[in-house]
Ligand binder design. Structure first.
Ligand code: ASP
Length: 573
């Protein structure tokens, strides 16, 4: 109620309650900024008007909880505060109650730059700040809008277990020991993937859930051990059906925040194209600096590095860089794995300066098309290396040169991902999304004959360079699923052991189906304009994985471990 009072309420008597955000003592006359969920109201406590309240008011410190009764009065013109929504009025208190006191605070709520661990240690205070109040309210509004839209579209909110078997989403599992079966473990779900597929087989053809997922991965600005996703699955659905539903969920979220929703349908761009043009499977389309291919043009090049490289690509930066700037860029590309950085500087007068210019033919120089006041930056090597290096370089240049248009929102779907990726470490094929992803039409034959060429029916949603989530049309035939398991190096017994229930279900009338999962915390952080998902998660962990608030994770008594049949041994170094 505090934040709602305006001039029209002058003369009303009322009782307000909230926290003391600030107290000022003007020689007996005490002013308190009282904060509740709606905003801030100034209380005036005048010893002449209410001696008892004035006596109590001396004790008020920041974050005491107060209840105050009095009359809404107009402020005198010179004390009107136009920066406050309630700046025209104040409450002249005649009855004050100190409902609850506070010890001195570890930090002030309006303090800038408070250490994050301290904020998280005292999260109940931190959550009182304007920023966190705004973020969590925004989060709630978005989740509510999504739920409403999903229900309007006929989706059922169905619950799936948290104690389950490992679900392969490419991360490590969190394991849960079981007292009744020492030595056996549940895994916390990395996603409800298999359960939602079973719902489709079970005849619930439109499922959604705001699901909590658990993945034991290193924490980052956009990653926590546990996170929420809008998890969706549809039967008898094609890719476009799923994408259409997700576009609606995204648009509903914008609308709930009073923002212009992005125009649907979002662009659908094949993975091979985004990799070639942007060197990333989550490209930021708010700026150009597209990667260009110079492989053909350099086949017979006098510059050996180009002539011999399987792939030569470049970006043209709209600036004639200095040698010093180029040296710094070279350091960066080396960090990303490039051997070096070849370049052509075209100065304002149109003159090309470069250590390699003398090796290049007129035709090559023409191809690279350096305009006056630009620099052509090259990467040469394997396609994946070149793509990665130029992808990073493009992003770096976009930021450095200030060419990212921060006023636009660019959503796109990346489609037609490869089904498999080669994993250098284990020296075999691994899945690019998860093992249940369906194949592009006509690509089944490639599972055995040319796994690297097989395309999937997976898709990712990308917003301004952030991956919001992914999904796919699934495999709904047991024989195809078996073949994919085999290609992933899972023999028949292993596949039966781990996924027997799915293989069986796929043999008992499985409809075609597909779905998606939208990472909610990341989406909400972006909507809130926050760089870090910890700012939109009420009780997050810090990057070491610890929770400064509760002190978790923590050792447990030996008796508890004994009950679970567990002995802790030191981890080999
Ligand atoms: N289970 C997938 C994930 O969590 C999403 C999906 O394929 O629907 O990323």
């Amino acid at each position: 109620m505090c934040g709602d009072l305006r001039a029209e309420h002058v003369g009303q008597r009322l009782t307000v309650a909230g926290w003391a955000a600030r107290r000022r003592d003007h020689g007996g006359l005490v002013f308190v900024d009282l904060r509740d969920r709606t905003g801030i109201l100034q209380l005036v406590i005048n010893p002449e008007h209410s001696p008892q309240s004035a006596e109590l008011a001396k004790e008020i410190r920041n974050e005491f909880v107060l209840r105050a009764a009095g009359e809404v009065v107009a402020r005198s013109p010179e004390t009107v505060n136009p920066k406050m929504a309630t700046g025209e009025v104040e409450l002249l208190v005649d009855d004050l109650e100190l409902v609850s006191r506070s010890t001195p605070l570890p930090f002030q709520l309006d303090e800038e730059g408070v250490d994050e661990t301290l904020r998280l240690r005292y999260r109940w205070l931190d959550l009182r700040t304007d920023r966190m109040q705004r973020n969590l309210r925004l989060s709630s509004a978005v989740v509510s809008a999504i739920r409403q839209r999903m229900e309007e579209l006929g989706f059922l909110d169905l619950w799936t277990p948290s104690l389950t078997r490992a679900t392969p989403e490419g991360a490590r599992d969190f394991l849960v020991p079981v007292r009744l079966q020492p030595g056996s473990f549940f895994a916390l779900p990395q996603s409800p993937q298999l359960f939602k597929q079973l719902f489709m087989i079970a005849g619930f053809d439109r499922y959604y859930q705001i699901a909590t997922c658990f993945r034991d991965e290193d924490l980052r600005a956009d990653r926590q051990f546990e996170f929420r996703q809008l998890d969706v699955e549809m039967a008898f659905a094609e890719r476009e059906d799923v994408l259409g539903v997700l576009e609606q969920a995204v648009r509903a979220s914008f609308e709930a925040l009073g923002r212009e929703p992005p125009v649907a349908p979002f662009a659908r761009v094949p993975w091979s194209e985004v990799m070639a043009r942007y060197g990333s499977d989550k490209p930021d389309l708010r700026f150009g600096l597209e990667i260009q291919d110079g492989t053909e043009a350099t086949r017979g090049s006098g510059f050996g590095v180009f002539a011999n490289a399987p792939c030569v690509r470049y970006v043209v930066a709209p600036k004639a860089f200095s040698r010093g700037e180029l040296a710094r860029l070279e350091e960066l590309v080396k960090e990303w794995g490039a051997g070096g950085l070849a370049y052509l500087i075209c100065d304002e007068a149109g003159e090309v300066r470069s250590p390699i210019a003398k090796f290049l033919s007129e035709e090559e120089l023409q191809t690279f098309g350096a305009e006056p006041g630009s620099t052509v930056l090259f990467a040469a090597g394997t396609q994946s290396l070149v793509s990665r290096v130029l992808g990073f370089l493009r992003l770096h240049l976009g930021r450095e040169l200030g060419v990212v248009d921060e006023t636009t929102d660019e959503f796109l779907w990346v489609v037609d991902f490869p089904l498999f990726e080669w994993d250098e470490e284990s020296d075999r094929w691994t899945f690019s999304h998860h093992p249940f992803t369906g194949l592009a039409s006509g690509h089944e034959e490639l599972i055995e004959s040319d796994p690297g060429a097989a395309l999937s029916q997976a898709y990712d949603l990308v917003w301004n360079g952030w991956e919001l989530g992914s999904g796919s049309i699934r495999i709904h035939r047991q024989d195809v699923q078996q073949r994919v398991f085999r290609a992933l190096g899972l023999d028949e017994d292993e596949a039966r052991e781990k996924f027997g229930f799915l293989l069986e279900a796929l043999q008992m009338g499985a409809p075609p189906h597909g779905g998606f999962a939208l990472g909610l915390d990341r989406f909400i952080a972006l909507l809130a304009g926050e760089p870090n998902i910890r700012e939109v998660v009420a009780f997050p962990k810090v990057s070491s994985g610890a929770d400064p608030l509760t002190g978790a994770p923590a050792p447990v008594p030996d008796t508890q471990l004994a009950e679970l049949g567990i002995r802790v041994v030191e981890r080999p170094a």
